[in-house]
Write a protein that binds this ligand. Sequence first.
Ligand code: PLP
Length: 452
Amino acid sequence: MDPYTRALDVAHEHATSWLDSLEHRPVPPQATIEEVVAALGPDLPQHGCPPEEAIALLAEACDAGLTAMASGRFFGFVIGGTHPAARAADWLVSAWDQNSGLRTLTPAHSAVEDIAGAWLLDLLGLPTESAVGFTTGATMANFTGLAAGRDAVLRRAGWDVARRGLTGGPPVRVLVGAERHDTVDVALRYLGLGAPEVVDVDDQGRIRADALELALDGPVLVVLQAGNIHSGACVPFAETVAIAHRHDAWVHVDGAFGLWAGAAPAYRHLVQGYEDADSWATDAHKTLNVPYDSGLCIVRDAAALQAAMGAHGAYLVRDETCQPLDKVPELSRRGRAIPVWAVLRCLGREGVADLVERLCMHATAFAEALRAISGVTVLNDVVFTQVCASFGSDERTDEVVRRLLADGTTWMTGSTWHGQRVLRISVSNWSTTQEDVERCMAAVRSVASGIA
Ligand SMILES: *Cc1c(COP(=O)(O)O)cnc(C)c1O
């Protein structure tokens, strides 16, 4: 057997045993970082070993320190699992090892990326002329869309930022809702735009159209949210996008998970009108359940994106066509479009809608079961995949979160929303079943009943 086969066989065996264990193992990790370091051995060896030995050591030493994020009982943060088609496709990505920046370099990857991009626009009902960039995640998708927007609003104000930089140019204002995701601020910091101006939101965390209207003036970027991480709420797009465009603003939508409402007929109304925005960021590694790292940046004006991104060195043997590297910050990158294509091909239009609708259905089931526990209040309108509940006092809620983690049946994150500590449930995994929901709620009830 050649060395590839032996190492891959060991990896395959460990991978399937890990995946098989997900159904039964506790969700939280069972070893500390120090324990994993000790199991791996902290010292750089003087002499190497065959690949399969290194892989076996890695798999055995890490097992107890892994969190079962891919389990159907994981509801922390907003974390999807990996669909079987996407996982297998990702193995091919590693085997094929294509540098995917340039079209002519890898016709196969370019073909897959073209098709996956077109399918995504179709599924989400976004303008077909848009460029689709495959980024590492929504943080970089926000960065990429806002980079295109920053350059475009400055160009309209007569300033070429690519040539002259930001110094001495007209100020660019950025308006965000008070409950935007932190990574929007991160993206703005990378872009040299500083902290954004904060616009008031309503009780579900949606930017208020009247407050937005009052704030608009000058070269301005407006960031609107599809999917508040606490409430799941989406801003009223039709109204807010129209207001922003009346003032010539660039409208960017952060829809890391919420954009997928657009792919499910039963939830499409949540994002009605978002198709009139200028750029959209979402994750494939959340709702679409492909492996990390996989985000999507969609920009209506492909030329604006190409002007903001892209490398133009002579050795890159490129023509004027929009290249994969013109749509993302990186030059070299792995074939991220391939697992996206695989899961879309496997699910089809109906399967994607069904996936989104099932996540929402489980969130609704969680909310109903929580409301049935005395002393529990569900704080948000459960319109999508997110549920926030208080167990009375902040102390009691925190104790529930702590004891749930110790119990290990499930992982739900503690957070603070509108000044109250909450247990936050985010349903994002394709494999979660009704049974998982019931099993996790039994753990929640048992933990809550043990606390005065
Ligand atoms: C997760 C998330 C992000 C950041 O996405 P990454 O993929 O972790 O970079 C941005 N915005 C929202 C609303 C999110 O939920």
